[in-house]
Design a protein around this ligand. Structure first.
Ligand code: H79
Length: 438
């Protein structure tokens, strides 16, 4: 069997640096800046990967024709019955984590639809469970004030019109019919957009060779004709590495499993798993609270959002230990949320020791490592720090020196064991300061 994965070697670089703009249609189709800003102000969202594959505990999409034989994988839906699914509880968990939006995977590369689509029969309505998981989540999000978003991929290894049956085995490829496939996709998308009114759509799968830039542009334009305010990520285009690249399409960058570099010019959202797999896996390694908080503050410090992924279990519940971890993040955000939500990243480039965010005349300094106990901050060109104080606490002494900048003495025991925050007050609007390399 020819084992060949149909992904260019450059994919990970694209995922990392991916960038979004449909140059030819940007003027007519871009989301209004205020809408885009309201998305970026949210800073923290929940990604949910879910489906019949949780019956095996292997990775969604990718384990098909790999750890799980294709026929077996494609039959799992017949016994998918997450009887303990409660949309309100998932959304409450997101809310308690301090997340402001939620993005459900409605269809992954395996082609299974988590909503009762009229377009194909491979969907939730044909499982013993029958209920519309996407619809119940959309309603619960609306009730609880969480912004609802949907993930779909442009590839579908199950659809007979899609020319690839499996990314692992090219001998299984069939001829397919891409124009018909794109038109099927439009019908699915119309259902999603009109029935569930997502705020944002998160696409995936752009790398397979049968998907073209023209397909991506067509889908992008079609979606914006349905809802001009719909925000769309940058994975409809073939090349998402440069803003000026004519093959880039979409509204924001999507580094995957890594935190994006500080970017003051393009909206950015890092998607990162709470455990190691996107879909649930028994005994998966879970990130520590410290790691989660650092991931969040470093994302915000890089001027980006964090979409943290949870994979619920086959019975419909999220794992208790994951729910606990999310609540712990929420407790940190209750104290320090002002330093995250609706801030901008910078002005300092994040490093291993600290990361900063800013709003008005305040710079929020997130301390990742106490080190020797003396924090050195380079001078800010054109601005002066007037005051320093622990967030929710007292003032901190610091010294200023023209050559080395600022020195702040840190106590032996930091106020927060996971990430302490210092508020620096500047003599001018910190949001206007240039990025400080150090
Ligand atoms: O939905 C999640 C992933 O399944 C999806 N994007 C996020 C949001 C994704 N699909 N493909 N990729 C990410 C990149 C592909 C990675 C791979 Fe692999 C490396 C595919 C084959 C080699 C990981 C390792 C999966 C199989 C082996």
């Amino acid at each position: 069997m020819l084992k060949q994965i149909l992904i260019p070697a450059s994919l990970l670089i694209l995922l990392k640096t991916g960038l979004a703009q449909d140059n030819s249609t940007a003027a007519t189709h871009k989301v209004p800046p205020a809408v885009m800003q309201s998305f970026m102000d949210k800073r923290f969202g929940m990604f949910i990967h879910y489906g019949p594959v949780t019956l095996r505990g292997t990775e969604i999409g990718w384990s098909r024709n790999h750890e799980v034989p294709g026929d077996e994988y494609d039959s799992l839906y017949k016994e998918f019955n997450p009887a303990l699914f409660n949309a309100g509880e998932w959304v409450r968990t997101a809310k308690e984590a301090g997340m402001k939006y939620l993005c459900i995977v409605a269809k992954h590369h395996d082609g299974f639809c988590l909503w009762p689509t009229a377009v194909s029969s491979y969907n939730i309505a044909h499982t013993p469970f029958k209920r519309d998981i996407v619809g119940e989540l959309a309603a619960a999000c609306r009730r609880q004030g969480i912004t609802f978003c949907v993930y779909l991929t442009v590839l579908d290894w199950h659809d007979p019109d899609y020319p690839v049956k499996s990314s692992y085995d090219t001998s299984m490829n069939v001829k397919g019919d891409m124009p018909r496939f794109v038109s099927t996709m439009k019908r699915e998308l119309k259902e999603i957009v009109t029935q569930y009114k997502p705020f944002m759509l998160w696409f995936d799968g752009f790398w397979e060779k049968y998907w073209t830039t023209d397909d991506g542009k067509e889908i992008y334009r079609y979606l914006k004709s349905l809802d001009p305010h719909l925000i769309i990520n940058n994975r409809l285009g073939k090349n998402s590495s440069s803003l000026s690249d004519p093959e880039s399409i979409g509204d924001f960058l999507t580094p995957e499993q890594q935190i994006g570099q500080l970017n003051m010019h393009e909206p950015l959202e890092s998607c990162i798993t709470l455990c190691s797999q996107w879909a649930w896996k028994p005994n998966d390694k879970m990130k520590s609270l410290k790691e989660c908080i650092r991931t969040l503050v470093t994302s915000a410090g890089g001027n980006g959002n964090l979409l943290l992924n949870v994979g619920p279990m086959m019975d419909g519940r999220m794992e208790a230990r994951q729910v606990t971890r999310l609540k712990e993040i929420g407790q940190w955000l209750k104290k320090y949320g002002e330093s995250i939500y609706a801030t901008k990243g910078g002005p300092y480039l994040p490093n291993e020791i600290f990361t900063t965010t800013r709003k008005g005349n305040k710079i929020y300094l997130h301390i990742l490592q106490r080190g020797t106990g003396q924090l050195v901050l380079p001078a800010l060109p054109g601005a002066t720090i007037k005051k320093a104080a622990w967030m929710n606490g007292g003032a901190i002494a610091f010294t200023q020196d023209a050559a080395t900048g600022y020195r702040i003495a840190l106590p032996a025991t930091m106020p927060d064991e996971n990430c302490s925050v210092i508020v620096l007050e500047t003599d001018r609007d910190a949001e206007e300061l240039p990025v400080v390399q150090h």
